[in-house]
Design a protein around this ligand. Structure first.
Ligand code: GLN
Length: 475
């Protein structure tokens, strides 16, 4: 049966076509799952997968085939999905690519993952990422970096680098990532695929290992906008297990040919770090949109340079609080050198956390400390509110904010590893959506002369994902 699977030769097959193929008996879920298990084992030269859940995936596929014979028609029947290693899946290991969670097994399944499974998806494994989702290149994984499948000398982006690389390399059909400041969209841009960060509160965070709780969102990384929309539709919506998850009904897809208004930020266009190929392709796209009858206008956004500092003050504060739970007692690793409570805490954290995570915990503890709280954390909250108001004001006049996803394409492994500030600046165009809570999508825009892809980002008003999908598909 295996030879009938169209993906044998890497051709793209959508999630909905796969479903049809399985429902019509063209091939079984078991055959499809085996195909990907073998593919990961033989082709993952990129260090994208930390673990293949072979036994449970094959078991799930067998059960799914039986259910299909009995009439089951789930929306994601046969979708072979990988999950970032910060999403819980009951009785499977999860580590956030950190040594501090070494040996830890999830005791429950994340709502987002469960909703995929309920519609017939098969979870094939967990994917490498930056430790606790902190990073922009995947070089902060304690299990080793991920290579960009399009050119293995380059990084895949981060922190959902394994999730992006796995999709780009065709090792599974789609993946889940998390996006706190750009971690879905930036790797999607670097690997030439689609990545969506939904509106804050649109997808339940229950079962997502927290980094910065008021920023984190789960989202899909896919080969097409249609696949991203389908996964989003299945995962979105109220969840009693996450009080920040909105009860607003999830909009269905829309079809509209009406002209749209796109706002680009003048400061982005004038940004000195913008790669010439990215700038040229972006300008070209704006011209094409205008020729197609849409309105494109430049607007001023005076906060561009303040977004990254604001993001790092607030997210490190939240991270320092969230990561306090890893104490060598409750989860995963306990140092062998533990003698009493203080030495257990001290040694387990010293051995368990990597340098970037330690840096963020210290920064966050500092900005929350007595005497500095008002100067940093409170001020950061005020700046966040200003950014949100200014973003809302633009989106009251325009349907979308449009920008390159990142200032440049992927960089070489090691090129920025010693410069945390350079890595923090990777997020300059993506953090706005997280600070303001809006949904944003990255879709492929072009390639540089040396063949490295880069993406274009659309940001819409809160809960307007349907608009994003409709327009992103056209782009
Ligand atoms: N690169 C950003 C950071 O290091 C974004 C991370 C993310 O979105 N998880 O914080």
């Amino acid at each position: 049966m295996l030879s009938t699977i169209p993906l044998e030769n890497q051709a793209f097959i959508s999630l909905s076509n796969t479903r049809e193929d399985i429902l019509s008996g063209k091939y079984s879920a078991k055959d499809l799952c085996l195909h990907y298990v073998k593919k990961i084992k033989s082709e993952d030269r990129f260090n994208a997968f930390l673990e293949v859940f072979e036994a449970s995936a094959m078991q799930a596929a067998t059960v799914l085939d039986e259910k299909v014979s009995a009439g089951f028609k789930g929306k994601l029947t046969g979708a072979i999905i990988g999950i970032k290693d910060n999403l819980c899946y009951k009785d499977h290991r999860v580590s956030a690519a950190s040594q501090i969670l070494d040996g830890f097994e999830s005791q429950f399944t994340a709502t987002s993952v469960q909703r995929l499974i309920d519609e017939g998806a098969i979870i094939i494994g967990r994917l490498n990422c930056d430790e606790f989702a902190m990073g922009s290149s995947n070089e902060n994984s304690s299990i080793g970096g991920v290579k960009n499948p399009l050119n293995t000398e380059y990084v895949p982006g981060g922190s959902s680098g394994g999730s992006a690389a796995a999709v780009a390399a065709g090792l599974c059909m789609a993946t889940l990532g998390s996006d706190t400041g750009g971690s879905i969209r930036q790797p999607a841009s670097f690997c030439g695929i689609v990545g969506l960060k939904p509106t804050y509160g649109r997808i339940s965070r229950y079962g997502l290992i927290a980094f910065a709780s008021s920023f984190d969102q789960i989202g899909p990384l896919t080969k097409s906008v249609e696949d991203a929309a389908l996964l989003y539709q299945v995962m979105a919506g109220a969840d009693p297990m996450d009080s920040t998850c909105s009860i607003k009904p999830v909009e269905g897809s829309i079809k509209s040919s009406k002209p749209r208004t796109f706002a680009y930020l003048q400061e982005v266009m004038d940004s000195p770090g913008l790669h010439p190929d990215v700038k040229a392709a972006f300008k070209h796209k704006l011209e094409a949109l205008t020729s197609a009858g849409h309105t494109v206008k430049g607007v001023s956004f005076p906060y561009l340079d303040h977004m990254v500092p604001c993001y790092y003050v607030l997210t490190t504060a939240e991270a320092s609080s969230n990561l306090a739970r890893y104490d060598g007692v409750h989860y995963g690793k306990r140092s062998a050198a533990s003698e009493d409570i203080p030495s257990t805490y001290f040694n387990s954290r010293t051995e368990g956390f990597g340098p970037e995570v330690k840096r963020r915990i210290m920064l966050g503890t500092f900005v929350l400390s007595t005497g500095y709280y008002d100067a940093y954390y409170s001020k950061g909250q005020k700046v966040r509110q200003l950014i949100k108001s200014a973003t809302d004001a633009i989106l009251a006049e325009s349907d979308f904010i449009i920008s390159p996803t990142t200032p440049h394409p992927a960089f070489k492994t090691g090129e920025k590893a010693d410069d945390p500030i350079a890595l923090y600046l990777e997020d300059i165009f993506t953090v706005q959506a997280n600070l303001a809570g809006n949904p944003a999508i990255s879709v492929p825009l072009g390639k540089t002369a040396v063949g490295l892809p880069f993406g274009i980002q659309l940001t819409a008003g809160s809960f307007k994902e349907a608009d994003l999908f409709e327009t992103a598909a056209q782009i």
